[in-house]
Structures are given as structure tokens and as C-alpha cells.
Design a protein around this ligand. Sequence first.
Ligand SMILES: Cc1cc2nc3c(=O)[nH]c(=O)nc-3n(C[C@H](O)[C@H](O)[C@H](O)COP(=O)(O)OP(=O)(O)OC[C@H]3O[C@@H](n4cnc5c(N)ncnc54)[C@H](O)[C@@H]3O)c2cc1C
Length: 486
Amino acid sequence: MANSLSIKHGLSLWCPQSVSANRVSRPNCFAPLPTTRRSYVVASASFANENREFVIVGGGNAAGYAARSFVEHGMANGKLCIVSKEAVAPYERPALTKAYLFPHDKKPARLPGFHTCVGGGGERQTPDWYKDQGIEMLYQDPVTGIDIEKQTLTTNSGKILKYGSLIISTGCTASRFPEKIGGNLAGVHYIRDVSDADSLISSLEKSQKVVVVGGGYIGMEVAAAAVAWKLDTTVVFPESHLLPRLFTPSLAGRYEELFEKNGVKFVKGASIKTLEAGIDGQVTAVKLEDGSLIEADTVVIGIGAKPAVSPFESVGLNSTVGGIQVDGQFRTSVPGIFAIGDVAAFPLKIYDRVARVEHVDHARRSAQHCINSLLSAQTHNYDYLPYFYSRVFEYEGSSRKVWWQFFGDNVGEAIEVGNFNPKIATFWIDSGKLKGVLLESGSPEEFQLLPKLARNQPIVDKAKLQNASSVEEALEIARAALLVEA
Ligand SMILES: Cc1cc2nc3c(=O)[nH]c(=O)nc-3n(C[C@H](O)[C@H](O)[C@H](O)COP(=O)(O)OP(=O)(O)OC[C@H]3O[C@@H](n4cnc5c(N)ncnc54)[C@H](O)[C@@H]3O)c2cc1C
């Protein structure tokens, strides 16, 4: 309950302000804890049972929340093993392009400050937590093979793990530029995990000119952080405006202006031809298709991600949205094998289509739903309401902090209300029904209204919304439409 409440209240997905009573609270989620950046402590519980009853492959967001569900069902101790590619216990990945990238003088977040389930309002699951719960953790040993008949996994180090039930939560990998155009040059970064973020920070420490490729969430968040380091920052993307998958041109224009006020430069409608290097092999510039050059000593590529399906292709992939096909209870086509989080292609019941959702809220909820179905009498299907958010410019001294949330589907006509000072809202109306809503800088009560609107899709008077003189008035119109439906 604490979890769903904190989501509905729109609290940060990883910051301890969404604190639950039983979690160790800290006064400031941005403050580093006394651990050095690269000396993560990992613990491995002793595990007597060689025939592991439950194995989770992947040590990310979904795995962390799945582990919590196993514990809640009393089915973790001595029964559950998590096999991870990373060197650290599961953490709230969104932090990596937010407070993790703050400059050193602006209290950057550091592990163990944002381990799962900090974002969902649960106890912070440090390596010791897993040890105490009797969960076996295998770090830095990715699964490289599966034998479905024998129910065994092979890991990179050569371990053979027998499983009873298998939960695949391998997430995504960042899309890369090919090596032949400079995608692997020194100074070129991709961000998917904490070691990637550490490597980027090392570059930023000695950087002067940063080019960010991509105008999506990652690009926006990295650019906002780079200007906090007082670096010359340019964002390059092929589309005509920021975050085209969600933002309308008008809304994007507001954010572009704000980013520019903070020192970010944009080169829109541009594609990268090559990344240029000096004789030392270090990136020196980004060359665009039109032949122009933008100097850079650090380049961050944020051009999307691909589901990490290997080596699980044989359990059944979805050819349209990618990823591993599951049903409404996250069962794959192979009995006893499940997939959750970013990698799962699942029935998005509310819109009657198959989807893959690369967002932390789905990682958390899919994990909980899957494990509840596996370990209890629960038989109902997952019924997810899409929810996205972003937070930028939240460091100390920032003149305008940005935090928006979106619920639903951005289909139909978009109606924008508000002066962006700081509030703004966009309502998507399709066939008279309110299908999606985005709100920036709302109060907790206002953010709480958004999922109700997107879930119930009330019929709204478009003209009234268009004429609303403030975000508050527009939300009241929508709330009233909801009450009429009820
Ligand atoms: C930088 C960044 C910022 C983000 N910001 C936001 C945000 O603001 N809001 C939001 O909603 N979402 C955000 N997301 C997306 C969100 O983090 C993901 O949706 C979420 O982490 C998905 O959880 P997951 O467990 O499915 O995958 P992940 O958290 O990616 O975990 C997958 C894990 O599996 C491991 N793995 C992969 N292959 C193997 C293998 N073969 N064997 C063992 N382990 C393996 C990986 O190393 C990783 O540890 C962000 C993502 C990134 C990368």
C-alpha cells in the first residue's frame, strides 16, 4: 500500500522523501553516504540448496522488487537466487541520470543511498539485506546459456545453476553507435548502469565541451546535469523538437527555452555522421551529416535501448515490440519461466495491445504482480496504466526545478493549459474522452488525480478545457467530469 500510495502521490521514485516507517531514513537523499564510489561491498549468502527453487536472472529494478515480494511471501530464505551482471545489489536506476550526475559540490547521490526499494517507499535493500533474508546473490556473472529441458542456466564463469522457476528480468542495453563511426572511442559514453555513470563522471571532471546525442529522457537529463558542471553543452537530435514520443511541439518549445536559459544549446533536425578522434584516440568532435563539426571532449549517446533477450530467445520473443512474450501473469510460453520489467512484452489490457514499457513503475508493478501470481492464489491479469516522469535541474542553487508526470495515452488532440511559471498541463482528448494527462509542478493532490483521470477516461468538454485560465481550473473541470461519470 505504501508503494502504490507513493506512486499516486507522485513522489520521487528513488528519493527517501517517499519514506516508509520501517526504512532507515536520511535527512537528505542527495548526500553521499560514507562509501567510496568504486568500492561497492557485495555479499553472498551461503546457499545449501543446489537445486535452486527460484532463480531471478538480472539484478536491476524489477529484480529488487521481485526479491521484496519473495520475502513478503516468506519464500526467499534459502530458496531464492539472483544472478546479476552488475557488481552491486539492485538499485533505482533512474537516479543515474539525475542526482547521481550532480557535480561534487551539489551533493550527488551515491550508493547505498538509492538501492531498491527506496523509490517505491520500502526498506532500503542493501547487500546486507539480501544476506539477512537468505537470498543468494551471484554478482558479475551473467547468464550465458539456458537448457530448458534440464532446467539449468550456465553463467559466464561456468557455473551450472538448476532452477525450479525462472524469472527473467534482464532489462535493456543501451543502443550504441557502430565502432566504425566512432561509437567506441574514449570519451564516448552510454548510460545503463552505475559503472557507466561512474565512467561518465570521470570524463565530466576533466571535460569542457559535452555533446549529448538524443533528445529523449536520457539526453534531457544528462544535458541538465552537464550544465550544472558549468560545461559547454550541446544536444543534437534528428527530430524537430525534444521528446517527440510524448511532448507536443508547443510543450517541447517551453522546455527547450528553459534548457537554453540554463545554458544548453540545441542542434535539431541533425544526424551524426561520425565521431572524430585525435591521435590519442580520444573523441574530439561530432561530425554531422551536413559536414559541420561540433567540438567535444565528452560525448553521451542517449538514442534508446534494446531489450536484453539473450540467451533466452528460445522461450519466445515478440516480433513487433521486441522482448520476451508473456501473458497477463508474466508467464512465457515455457512453463515455469517468467519475464518481467523492460524485457517483457505483455498485454496492455487498458488499450488492448501488446506493449513493452521501459519505465521503473512498470518494473516494480510487473515484479509484484508476477511473484504474487507465482506464489499465491492470485489469477487476475496485470492491468497497467502507463506512467512516465522526469526530473531535471533539481540540484542545489537551481532557479527552476522541473518535475513532470504523465499518465495514460498521448493520443488524439492535445490541449495545453498554464503559463509554465512553473505549472503547465497538457490533456489528450480522443473521441471526446480524456486519454492522457501531463502535469508539471503540481501539488501532491493534483498529481494524485492524474491516474484517476487516465484510468477512467471521462468525457470532457473540450471547449471548457481550452478556455480554462489556469491549470487548477482545468484540473477541476476534469475532476468534475470524473464525478459525472461516477
Ligand atoms: C539512465 C536511466 C535513467 C532512467 N530514468 C528513468 C526515469 O526517470 N523514469 C522511469 O520511469 N524510468 C527510467 N529509466 C528506466 C528504468 O530504469 C527501467 O525501466 C528499469 O530499470 C527496468 O527495470 P528492469 O529490472 O527491467 O531492468 P534493469 O533495471 O535494467 O535491470 C536489468 C539487469 O539485468 C542485468 N542483466 C542483463 N543481462 C543479464 C544476464 N544475461 N545475466 C545476468 N544479468 C543480466 C543487467 O546488468 C541489469 O542489472 C531509466 C533508465 C536508465 C538507464
